[in-house]
Design a protein around this ligand. Structure first.
Ligand code: UD1
Ligand code: MG
Length: 450
């Protein structure tokens, strides 16, 4: 049943591919770009054109969501504790609750709009030959399908519209938050642009690493909040003060956090569903953290900072879930660097403005491990191939870890060969365990650390 659905879906993709094939040849300028040129050998084999030809006679190509019902079902299980905290566990002011719920409603609408936009955007990106081959299906018919790339652009646009419209319902015109909120949106928007530029132009690695520091400029320049940090209690006696003003170093730290969050999501990737899946898990943990902080705090400024964070994370989560329903195994679309950069930047921005960057970094534990494992290759000490993905065996359908230093490969080496889907689930469970560990750590350290 599931297999036939997958096959049906592939047929639809093939329809899109065949229709766009002729236009694709004409658009050769784009064709040479990264997706087509740099990925895999030219695809056509005997079986593929056959599928395309038979499907080409059908009407307008349509990419249907593969698993929206599953996504809605699983995410509702996770949303239950969130709603419980908002409505029952904590006594949150009605005004604040109202804003959060308005934002949630807009985000919910964003979810459906993204669901509708992705198939449309897929047709357009395929027309411009912005596609990739699924490397972990190489050697099977699925490996020959041109998968539309950079669908993060649709997600980013819906996110921005939701976040911009929300201001109408929440902020008064003289609100101080308005400046930082819009600066945050400018940074996210700039990041989406640069991510898309990277997807289209395939920017070299070392340049690409720096793109987020450029995109973070609007936020860094507009940031008028405090630049102080609270010294952990055990260190106060050595430093001699409880609060330390870091001045410009604080802004440098903000910029570095943006660079880390974006790139670390981007390099923990390459498995169907992993880029979006990790974002969804972290975003969900951020939401829970924010609501716990709002519930536990009596300081209006702290509450406002965490509410601000919720206003950006809810739309991120909703639009990402829509993308996940297309990107989950077997992926019908790829997210592109547009998405990884956009998601990383949004989470960095909320961590910075919500003043919980340490917690955010612990949520990013798997990404930190992946980054440390990657360092020798990123630094050029060990050769770094264009793709550091596992080896796929078309016979068994299983992935084997290679020597490339990534968490994906190390997990395969530790837990043994497995299918792409089960590897993605394993990595997402690890991500979830990391987030739970963070909550546990915060609980243990409260009162002792800060
Ligand atoms: C980063 C990683 C690279 C990894 C790639 C996968 C580093 C330094 N770079 O590069 O090792 O291979 O992400 O995204 O760690 N793809 C799949 N299946 C997927 C997702 C992507 O096969 O589920 C392939 C497709 O061919 C797709 C391409 O990866 O077109 C996208 O790669 P891109 O995002 O451009 O790679 P980088 O971010 O540069
Ligand atoms: Mg990428």
């Amino acid at each position: 049943m599931k297999e036939s659905r997958d096959r049906g879906f592939l047929l639809q993709i093939a329809t899109v591919n065949s229709k766009t094939a002729k236009e694709g040849q004409r658009a050769s300028a784009m064709a040479a770009r990264k997706r087509g040129a740099s990925k895999q050998p030219p695809p056509p084999t005997e079986s593929h054109p056959k599928t395309s030809e038979s499907a080409a006679t059908s009407t307008d190509p349509q990419i249907t969501p593969s698993k929206p019902s599953k996504i809605i079902f699983f995410s509702s299980i996770f949303f239950l504790p969130y709603l419980y905290l908002i409505f029952y566990h904590y006594r949150i002011e009605t005004e604040l609750k109202k804003s959060i719920l308005i934002n949630a409603s807009l985000s919910f609408a964003g979810f459906f709009i993204t669901l509708m936009m992705i198939p449309v955007a897929s047709r357009y990106v395929l027309k411009r030959n912005l596609f990739g081959y699924d490397i972990n299906k190489k050697g099977t018919p699925q490996g020959l399908v041109k998968v539309p790339e950079s669908l993060g652009i649709a997600v980013g646009i819906v996110f921005l519209v939701v976040a911009i419209l929300f201001q109408y319902f929440n902020f008064t015109s003289d609100s101080n938050w308005l400046v930082e909120y819009n600066a945050a949106l400018a940074s996210i928007c700039f990041m989406i642009l640069l991510g898309f530029v990277d997807d289209v132009l395939d920017i070299p690695w070392r340049v690409k690493l720096l793109l987020p520091s450029i995109a973070a400029l609007p936020l860094l320049m507009a940031y008028a909040g405090h630049t102080t940090i609270m010294i952990p209690k055990p260190l106060v006696q050595y430093i001699g003060t409880e609060i330390l003003d870091l001045g410009w170093i604080y802004k440098l730290y903000m910029g570095l956090l943006a660079v880390f969050c974006t790139n670390s999501i981007n390099i923990h990737a390459g498995i169907n569903g992993l880029e979006v899946g990790q974002t969804v898990v972290i975003a969900f943990a951020i939401l829970i953290h924010n609501i716990m902080q709002i519930g536990a705090s009596s300081n209006p400024e702290t509450k406002q900072a965490h509410a601000f964070s919720i206003y950006l994370v809810q739309p991120l989560l909703a639009t990402s879930l829509a993308l996940l329903s297309y990107n989950w195994y077997p992926s019908s679309v790829f997210v592109g660097d547009t998405y990884t950069y956009f998601a990383g930047m949004t989470m960095a921005v909320v961590g910075i403005l919500g003043h919980y960057s340490e917690t955010l970094l612990i949520f990013f534990l798997p990404q930190i491990i992946n980054f440390l494992l990657s360092l020798p290759q990123l630094a050029g000490i060990i050769p770094c191939p264009r793709h550091r993905l596992p080896r796929f065996d078309p016979g068994t359908g299983l992935l084997t870890g290679t020597k490339d230093g990534t968490l994906v490969n190390v997990s395969l080496r530790i837990f043994g060969r497995r299918s792409e889907k089960s590897l993605c689930i394993l990595l997402l469970i690890l991500q979830g365990v990391g987030c739970c560990f963070c909550f546990f750590l915060r609980w243990i350290l409260t009162g002792w650390y800060k």
